[in-house]
Write a protein that binds this ligand. Sequence first.
Ligand SMILES: Nc1ncnc2c1ncn2[C@@H]1O[C@H](COP(=O)(O)OP(=O)(O)O)[C@@H](O)[C@H]1O
Ligand SMILES: [Mg+2]
Length: 239
Amino acid sequence: MEKIATGIEGLDEMLFGGIPVKDQVIVAGGPGSGKTLLGFEILYRNAKKGIPSVLITLEENPDNVLKNAKEAFADFNDIDALISKNMLTISGEETARRLLNDDGTSTYTFGNMVADIEEMIKRVGAKLIVVDSISLFKLVLGDDLKYRRSMLALTSNLKRLGVTSLLIAETPSSERSDLRFEPEYFIFDGILIMYQSGEGYKRTLTAEVVKMRGSDHSWALTPYEMTSSGFRMFTVGQS
Ligand SMILES: Nc1ncnc2c1ncn2[C@@H]1O[C@H](COP(=O)(O)OP(=O)(O)O)[C@@H](O)[C@H]1O
Ligand SMILES: [Mg+2]
């Protein structure tokens, strides 16, 4: 099976080499668990290898995401160079704003959003994307059949475009004991979950892979940390 390495050593070990090409993997976790930064680092490391990568940021301003990433990853000194070469793109301004009018109504449809995502992918010939986050869709579409059908439309569209995708999903809690599997997670090929336990300086970060279709992977709950030179997953003999 052809895989696309994330470029993060411990994570690739957990994934037994990486993400199967053209698959769609959910990265779920509570606020502050590091989903956006992990997504950014994976794109950054692949952009360095010459794989055009796009972060589609639906909820945050792309400039803010970039500023945060530069602050968090102070050792990544070629971010701007990769951006100017169109190897790394952060895109998606205004999507959330267009999705909901001030009065809560919307004229911008899910179809518009899928078309916008497609346009962002085609503009730079992206091979790897992160969508941050798909939780917005649920907010807009509600929790019903229409939402499920829309998710299926999104996945088949991404598959047709031939991109490997990481789809970020916000979970209400960061604690593993509170985890509720959202039914929609299971239409995707893989699920990586990031947890944060405890509070303040006693905060513990852990991650686990709970599904990777057609591929073996680690089952271990793996501690990780964020450093100025990227994520470190503390794997112990997982592959
Ligand atoms: N400059 C920084 N230095 C160290 N850690 C940072 C920095 N910026 C953010 N972080 C860490 O990253 C976390 C936010 O990561 P982020 O990817 O935005 O989380 P999520 O998308 O899951 O909400 C913060 O809670 C903080 O622990
Ligand atoms: Mg985020």
